[in-house]
Design a protein around this ligand. Structure first.
Ligand SMILES: Nc1ncnc2c1ncn2[C@@H]1O[C@H](COP(=O)(O)OP(=O)(O)OP(=O)(O)O)[C@@H](O)[C@H]1O
Ligand SMILES: [Mg+2]
Length: 239
């Protein structure tokens, strides 16, 4: 049997005083798997992924590579799991792309030359090595997303978690990102509303609704079952 990389059992969470955002979520990610997380706005997807590296802690159990997500394991877990946030671009803050991507490895104790080597390798992986010397805030949105992914790859994670990575990308950019991610060896969790992107990248999907997973299975089947959730066309013409 495959080793679970992530095992979540009956996870429950509510933001201070508010409604429950997670109502008993169970989930498992195996080695080498890529899973799409679908669900309407506010259904708990981001809240769920923030539990995977301990940015939020609810009731129930969350284990990453066999380690319970709790304070004493957090630094080990954050080496194993790399989170690329939806607004990851706003986290680029160093004067050059290279320094930005090297920030994670330096923060983890690598020497500066080692960190810069790793950063350059990660930039090559995402096809951004030519932009190494540029200012991050001069990059296009798609380039910034790739730089943010390089920043996570440079830290050498076993699992990649991407929260809505295709936002701001044009269709060719979305396809290129799907190909780039598909070629990476890491297991992946991809939060997305983008069906072609999910179909290209993730054989399996789960569907969140009101803080629980209401369906899971092959991505095409989950999409078919919840088709109306993905349809953006208005029921009647607005003209
Ligand atoms: N910081 C917060 N404080 C209070 N409530 C929050 C906070 N963040 C999210 N929520 C609430 O928790 C619920 C789940 O939100 P979450 O962001 O996890 O949804 P989501 O599935 O990621 O949605 P989207 O597709 O819009 O990104 C929602 O009801 C939301 O309003
Ligand atoms: Mg979200």
């Amino acid at each position: 049997m495959k080793r679970p990389l992530i095992e979540v059992r009956d996870l429950r969470f509510r933001y201070g005083g508010g409604e429950a955002a997670l109502n008993g979520v169970s989930f498992r990610l195996d080695e080498g798997e890529s899973v799409a997380l679908f669900g309407p706005n506010g259904s708990g997807k981001t809240t769920f992924v923030l539990h995977l590296n301990g940015l939020l802690q609810g009731e129930g159990s969350v284990e990453v590579c066999g380690l319970p997500v709790e304070r004493r394991n957090l630094s080990a877990i954050r080496r194993k799991i790399g989170l690329v946030f939806q607004d990851s671009e706003s986290q680029l803050f160093m004067p050059t792309v290279l320094e930005d991507v090297a920030f994670g490895p330096i923060n983890r104790g690598l020497s500066r030359p080692e960190a810069l080597d790793r950063a350059m390798a990660a930039l090559r992986t995402v096809g951004m090595d030519a932009a190494a010397g540029r200012a991050p805030y001069h990059l296009s949105a798609g380039e910034q997303k790739k730089a943010a992914i390089a920043g996570i790859l440079a830290t050498g994670p076993e699992i990649l978690v991407l929260d809505e990575p295709t936002t701001f990308l044009d269709p060719p950019g979305q396809r290129a990102l799907a190909e780039l991610l598909a070629a990476l060896p890491q297991a992946k969790i991809v939060v997305t509303h983008n069906i072609p992107f999910a179909l290209a990248l993730c054989p399996r999907a789960v569907f969140f609704q009101e803080g629980v997973i209401v369906a899971e299975g092959p991505t095409a089947e989950v999409v078919a079952r919840f088709r109306w959730n993905f349809d953006s066309a208005p029921a009647k013409s607005l003209r």
